[in-house]
Design a protein around this ligand. Structure first.
Ligand code: SF4
Ligand code: SF4
Length: 84
């Protein structure tokens, strides 16, 4: 089976969703405090609006199949030093 991994980005945060591991148990859908998770016709999780995700980690904690991973992107480089 072809792997289906989504990487959804909001600012410096990434929510990775390994959709082909989802078995459609609905636990995450019921638990997401932002109400942005649902199941598609194939009974696999979809993230409806990543801009409303609060990166609480509840989905990752509830999913028994490790579908969700939360991470931060590399911090942008900040210029060091001031005017000479
Ligand atoms: S991190 Fe929180 S708000 Fe974002 S999808 Fe998961 S449960 Fe919902
Ligand atoms: S908790 Fe995991 S297996 Fe269950 S519907 Fe959500 S992503 Fe799929």
């Amino acid at each position: 089976m072809k792997e289906e991994q989504l990487q959804l980005i909001q600012h410096d945060r990434i929510l990775t969703v390994q959709r082909d591991w989802c078995k459609g148990c609905n636990l995450c859908v019921q638990s997401c405090p932002a109400g942005i998770l649902s199941l598609d016709d194939g009974e696999r999780v979809i993230v409806e609006d990543i801009s409303r995700c609060i990166f609480c980690g509840v989905c990752a904690a509830r999913c028994p199949d490790f579908v969700f991973t939360l991470a931060r992107t590399a911090q942008p480089q900040v210029a060091m030093g001031g005017p000479a």
